[in-house]
Design a protein around this ligand. Structure first.
Ligand code: ADP
Ligand code: F6P
Length: 272
């Protein structure tokens, strides 16, 4: 018979995402309500290997539901990718009486959780990433906040692009997944979209589209470019040379990972 779980650990790993704090809060309070002990593990698998582990109570997660980032901190840990690192992690869990771990993170963090499970530690993954790129789940905590942050920023870029009659290439995050780009392209009414899942490398088609739209009297042209395609700056230079129209690239970057989580992200994070 499987050993009874009395103590769980919780960690956040990989890129942070808005709503991770709400998820930590839900895990801690639900576990305590069910009579479990909870240990917080700081800085992902790196903190596990460094034994940055502390006892959590109800008050440890007070006043965090609305905050971006993660109170546990997060990190990328190369050592945990090795079998020796995974064995060490499992031994540290046993040493601290941790019977199971809740890992909140993206697909890489999930792979880590699988490896820990193979070393005999029960693991549960909660999908937390702005990229929406985890298999077998419809949603990942953080995506809604990220697309709303990006959408607001792109609206602002559109204002100035229109005033100056410029072409704008806006690059959004997502690693190899195009979900943020796709949702924003629709929500912001972009003229062109470049997705890693469906890219034909046909820049001439975009150039023709820009020239065509300009002839029709359009004062701006927004191209939504996914991080997985990248090269927004050089693309802007080529498009400017080909069209004769001022073209600017804006790479939104880390602002997409921060900020107070939306209602959807808080509620999804609470559904543990
Ligand atoms: P995310 O979880 O946001 O996708 P990463 O891909 O960087 O972020 O993964 C986070 C961490 O998960 C890595 O730094 C590493 O410690 C662990 N990890 C990723 N892939 C593996 C793997 N194949 N085996 C073990 N651990 C992994
Ligand atoms: O996974 C979230 C994410 O923000 C991706 O969209 C991006 O590719 C990556 O993390 C950036 O990671 P880092 O924080 O290591 O620069």
């Amino acid at each position: 018979m499987a050993k009874e779980i009395k103590t769980i650990g919780v960690l956040t790993s990989g890129g942070d995402a808005p709503g991770m704090n709400a998820a930590i809060r839900a895990v801690v309070r639900k576990a305590l309500a069910n009579g479990l002990k909870v240990k917080g593990i700081k800085k992902g698998y790196m903190g596990l290997l460094n034994e940055e582990i502390y006892d959590m109570d109800r008050r440890s997660v007070a006043d965090i539901i609305q905050r971006g980032g993660t109170i546990l901190g997060t990190a990328r840990c190369m050592e945990f990718k090795t079998e020796a690192g995974q064995k060490k992690g499992a031994e540290i869990c046993r040493k601290h009486g941790i019977d199971g771990i809740v890992v909140i993170g993206g697909d890489g963090s999930y792979r880590g959780a699988q490896k820990l499970s193979a070393q005999g530690i029960n693991t549960i993954g909660l999908p937390g990433t702005i990229d929406l790129d985890i298999a077998c789940t419809d949603y990942t905590i953080g995506f809604d906040t990220a697309i709303n942050t990006a959408m607001d920023a792109i609206d602002k870029i559109r204002d100035t692009s229109s005033s100056h009659e410029r072409v704008s290439i806006v690059e959004v995050m997502g690693r190899n997944a195009g979900y943020i780009a796709l949702w924003c392209a629709i929500a912001n009414g972009a003229d062109d979209i470049l997705l890693p899942e469906k890219y034909d490398y046909n820049e001439q088609r975009i150039i023709d589209n820009i020239i065509d739209n300009r002839k029709k009297g359009k004062t701006h042209h927004i191209i939504l470019n996914a991080e997985g395609i990248g090269h927004s700056e050089s693309m802007a230079r080529r498009i400017e040379a080909a069209t004769g129209l001022e073209t600017r690239a804006s790479i939104l970057g880390y602002m997409q990972r921060g900020g107070s989580p939306t209602c959807k992200d808080r509620v999804c994070a609470a559904a543990v």
